[in-house]
Design a protein around this ligand. Sequence first.
Ligand code: TEU
Length: 563
Amino acid sequence: MTSDLHSPGWWKNAVVYQVYPRSFQDSDGDGVGDLPGITSRLDHLALLGVDVLWLSPVYRSPMDDNGYDISDYQDVDPLFGTLADLDALIAGCHDRGIRLVMDLVVNHTSDEHPWFVESRDPASAKRDWYWWRPGRPDAPGGAPNNWESAFGGPAWHHDERSDAWYLHVFSPKQPDLNWENPEVRDAVYAMMRWWVARGVDGFRMDVINLVSKDVTLPDGPLIWPDRDLAPPLGVLNGPRLQEFLAEMNREVGLSEQHLLTVGEMPGSTVALAREVTDPARRELDMVFTFEHVALDEVPGTDKWTLQDVPLPVLKANLASWQVGLAEVGWNSLYWDNHDQPRAVSRFGDDSPEHRVASAKTLATVLHLHRGTPYVYQGEELGMTNAGFTRIEQYRDLESLNHATAAVGRGVPAEEVLRVLAVKSRDNARTPMLWDASEHGGFTTGTPWLPANDNRDVVNAQAAVADPDSVFHHYRRLVDLRHHDRVVVDGRFEAVLPEHPQVWAFTRTLGSQVLLVLANCSSEPAHVDPAAVPDLSGSEVLLATHAAPYELTLRPWESRVHRL
Ligand code: TEU
């Protein structure tokens, strides 16, 4: 059956659904989601109509970063189940015509991975598998350079055993692998082949553009006035990135077997993405850009600053990727994932009055762009941010480290909490809401993060029962993509790029033209009839509101017209 799922370029017609295992469905009452839980909910994905399940990490892990710190790449953590449970999930997906994509986290391992444990011995054959360096007396704290970790604090950890330092771009429990060493790359490729043989259909590659670094490990520019540490720019998009990607593709047979590959690439530009996703180069199928999810931070700072995003800026950013990858390459499309706040709270209006329409309109806009859309669990219900008001409610190490550091620098605690409530990764990690019961049907025990308060209104059971729900709107969008070639292949053209409220664009394939009109505001918006194609005689394929279809759009009203 699996082979039927793999034809060349199949992922261009596909919609991917991301599952964050910890928060999807608990089956054994320990308050943490698990593999049997996911398998028991596959009919929800089938009803939505998605083609691919991307599974965030379920590998053995000390769970410092919820499984993005892996201590055994070829086993399942007991918290989530067993390898047999994973085989059952893969089979359950394939039975429904859904492919399964694994999260591949190979920029770093856990510090408890046997490779790293061995490498702590300076005489070990694995010493060079990681970035061990002597300290530098003139660098902050005596570390090898001035890099700050993505989770705060220095990116180097001193190991007393050999009086040397190792690099960790993320937490100290996530030492970076040294991809310059061919043995490291061979070990990674062998592990990937093992998963392909087990039946997985592709890989989402965690921070894959960090695997090639500037080997001189140069100090970063000091851009933060209050810190002596700098962003580790030398780890991004290194000189051997494309060589490594091509080698991986060849050695694992990624393109050859038509497996889906998507590289998470913070700091990627359109130009780099175009090269990396050029099918002729056989590197990756698509990448995740970070540009549009960084627009709401103050430039030159970190993510913990708030800035309004004028609609023309957001539209222009997505349009630049559409245009840049129009002839060569392919886009991924996303609002949400396990690291981002909830889209309806961030880009929409999560008030009771506008939540449903704004969630639908954001979905319409995204899914009508050219590229492969990704839906993050609960997005299809219009799930909102967590609404935490106390630091004790947070579990994410990035959020907690930031709070400690910011308070230490004198930022008032209320201000820290205000920003966390908007930006913390835990906003996306509260339990999936299945029904209106105490923990939203996620667990019979005590959930590791509390279920959102609005589960009486926002839950899958209610959404499936209501033909006008956000869920059924997503289902129609998936269906439209599956049945209308113009959604997949049509050329993108922005309309009204400067309009402060309306997101409008056309998609054209041969004589077929679709026009998307979306009011991305909570006020009525007027569209000048002279500025858009003639709508008379057009067919409305999908809309948030019932007719009449006028050029004054109601708050968060959106429509897809076939001209
Ligand atoms: O995230 C990569 C990444 O760039 C993070 O710094 C991300 O931007 C940050 O969490 C946003 O605030 C990936 C994973 O998606 C994330 O969950 C992991 O924590 C991280 O890599 C390390 O594996």
